[in-house]
Design a binder for this molecule. Structure first.
Ligand SMILES: Cc1ncc(COP(=O)(O)O)c(C=O)c1O
Length: 474
């Protein structure tokens, strides 16, 4: 604990004002009615933003991790049941002809229209994010470095990008005898246009960056960075995993070459649901992807002697599409389209602004720092706060059904999904973080107690011994 650390309980006055604000925001929230359509949120209380009681309730008190794994929709329960009992159960193999063969392209178009600013025929769903990033990165460097401009020997990436992005590019560079050029990004400020300008040149084949940084939530300037890469003659591949469904993305308008993103965060596709890939229309027929499977061929059932790629986006598919994994995301994509990505973004900003206000009021005095951008135009849908005790704090919170996530070494991420998170839930979540952190700092075997929310005292009552409890599988 630093000498300036203040662990005294927040005054009830400020607490009451924040709670009143949260309740008012939930009442006037134009997207609030979507919340009750998620599994695990009691329809009777969802409108007011209220959540369950503290302790081991069937549903979390506050779910602040939709940026890792989104909640399922009730409509998906019905869709999956219908799929099992009817589509698969009775149509059996006929399902492929009747719907499944084109599903990866149909859903791709739906995601493109609802959330990516992408016209039809440029997006498909299939494979994991990692595999799709690999396929598109290899296709891009083979086109420039190997086929057309051999002096383009470099791939540009940043040190704080998601591990899989960095690891797979190490592999691509090794396979193709290329060099990685690293941008040393500040986790708090992300990759800037100027850094990219400094890194690219006639030697650049590909730049791979995350649009919203997984650690800090920094929102990169997609349009300006894409323009800078193009001016140097390279191609750009954006990782949209933390963007899709939470921030406005305009792939066509920004003239993006390639993009990949996952569907289990803000698209609520479920654990391990397949990712999507975007390839700009004019690049589709000049790029060759490295995993040449039968599902990407011109005529799948000819089963000819050699690989002849399909025209258009289908050529980036490889094997049998994971249809079961594509079920739940369809309900979420429809909801995002109905709600409108601009409205979603507006609520997302309001939620992160509110969380930031609470963090400043309650957590900063205890030595917590904020590593996300404070300016909302530079921030995605989550807020990251840092303190050496955050691993312990997260473990205790998970045991009490308050669920943020933790990233080493000291970051707690507060993920706020605009369609499923309420302002009161955000209030309760940050209040719980405050109470648990205070308990940890006091070195108690219980928590510091609540301040009239009913949550802190409930947590405190159930938390005896929790400080010594083992981790929760983070
Ligand atoms: C930014 C980013 N890129 C890539 C991945 C990896 O995705 P997958 O494990 O589905 O391949 C993740 C996973 O969380 C991610 O957050």
């Amino acid at each position: 604990m630093t000498p300036s650390t203040d662990i005294s309980p927040a005054g009830n006055g400020s607490q009451d004002a924040h709670l009143a604000f949260a309740r008012r925001m939930d009442r006037i929230d134009g997207l609030g009615h979507y919340r009750r359509q998620f599994v695990g949120i009691d329809p009777a209380t969802a409108a007011a933003g209220a959540t369950g009681a503290a302790g081991h309730t069937p549903n979390p008190v506050a779910y602040l991790d939709g940026n890792s794994l989104g909640r399922p929709l009730r409509a998906s329960v019905a869709r999956i049941t219908e799929f099992l009992t009817h589509d698969w159960g009775t149509r059996l193999i006929r399902g492929w002809d009747e719907a499944w063969m084109d599903l990866p392209l149909k859903i791709g178009d739906d995601i493109g229209r609802a959330a990516l600013g992408a016209g039809p025929g440029q997006v498909f769903v299939g494979d994991s994010t990692t595999v799709l990033l690999y396929k598109l990165a290899r296709a891009a460097v083979d086109y420039l470095r190997v086929d057309t401009e051999p002096m383009r020997t470099e791939i540009v990436l940043d040190t704080d990008n998601f591990p899989t992005d960095r690891y797979l590019l190490e592999g691509v560079a090794a396979e193709r005898g290329m060099t990685l050029r690293w941008i040393h990004s500040d986790p708090a400020s992300g990759v800037t246009v100027e850094q990219v300008r400094q890194a690219v040149g006639p030697q650049t084949a590909l730049v791979l960056l995350s649009h919203v940084a997984y650690r800090s939530g920094f929102l990169a300037d997609m349009r300006a960075i894409t323009t800078v890469v193009h001016a140097a003659g390279g191609l750009v591949l954006w990782d949209l995993s933390h963007s899709v469904g939470s921030v406005v993305v305009e792939l066509d308008l920004c003239d993006v070459d390639l993009a990949v993103g996952c569907s289990y965060k803000y698209l609520n596709g479920g654990p391990g649901a397949p990712a999507f890939a975007y390839v700009r229309r004019d690049l589709q027929d000049v790029l060759t992807q490295p995993i040449q499977g039968w599902m990407g061929t011109k005529d799948v059932f000819t089963m000819g002697p050699g690989y002849v790629p399909a025209d258009g986006i289908r050529r980036f598919m490889s094997g049998t599409p994971p249809i079961v994994g594509m079920l739940a995301m369809q309900d979420s994509i429809a909801m995002i389209e109905e709600a409108g990505i601009d409205s979603l973004r507006a609520k997302s900003v309001a939620l992160t602004e509110f969380a930031l206000t609470l963090v400043d009021a309650w957590l900063a005095p205890m030595g917590v720092t904020v590593s996300s951008p404070r300016e909302p135009t530079h921030r995605g849908g989550h807020l990251t706060v840092n303190h050496p005790a955050m691993l312990q704090v997260t473990q205790i919170l998970w045991e009490h059904d308050v669920i943020p996530d933790f990233r080493t070494p000291d970051a707690l991420r507060i993920g706020l999904s605009p369609l499923s998170t309420s302002f009161v839930e955000t209030f309760e979540g940050v209040a719980a973080i405050r109470d648990v952190l205070r308990g940890v700092l006091l070195g108690q075997s219980g928590l510091a107690g609540g301040n009239g929310t009913g949550l802190g005292s409930g947590l405190g009552a159930g938390a005896a011994g929790a400080l010594g409890a083992p981790g929760v599988g983070l």
